[in-house]
Design a protein around this ligand. Sequence first.
Ligand code: Z5A
Length: 206
Amino acid sequence: MQGKFIVLEGVEGAGKSTNLAFIQRWLSHRGFDVLTTREPGGTPIGEQIRTILLNPHNRTMCVDTEALLMFAARAQHVREKIKPALAQGQWVICDRFVDASYAYQGVARGMPFARLDALAEWTLQGFHAHMTFIFDLPPEVGMARVAARGEGKDRFELEDLSFFARVRQAYLDRAALAPARYAVIDAAQPLPEVQRQIERVLERLI
Ligand code: Z5A
């Protein structure tokens, strides 16, 4: 039996990593075989591409390079890891996927959607998540959470608030286009309430 593909999206600090672990535990507890992964990355080749993409010294990277690297990593990820796992009946939970390319490279950086559509068609050929959680919160809240971690900033974290405000709106717009495949979670709530919202969606999905 084919497994299901679940994606977590949102601005930085929205709680994707925290809730990826929660979803993994929730599904495993109910007997599902779960594989977690992330983008950019997820494979040895993809993780090397991730290092280039996040390196704060690569400030001259143009949007075409950025988008092509995101999709190069994704092509490898889908072929090497995601589709084989689903075919074996595993549920795959992924921290970010193609919606991030539309939100960050498309809306926030201004790359025309037609180019992203072409890359998506080339690399994914209609493959999409069964459910995408959009962790929605004001970007300043997410930035404050990340700042409290006290780690160095990656190349994306150097962007300003207006950049992340565009990202946030882009996610909400994409969710509105296909409401059956997206769940918008109010990620500004305390964690137990966020996880109650997630649970309601998972109960429908299983
Ligand atoms: N990117 C792109 O441009 N195009 C693409 O196609 C793809 C990606 C795939 C790497 O992402 C960058 O790549 C990303 C977009 C770009 N850049 N940005 N920004 P990433 O996923 O690796 O990095 P991130 O989004 O910045 O992850 P993050 O900072 O780790 O955020 P998170 O995983 O959503 O948050 P978290 O670690 O779960 O939580 C942050 C803190 O908040 C942590 O201390 C938690 O304990 C706390 N937290 C979580 N939930 C709550 C609640 N509800 N209340 C209070 N505190 C909370």
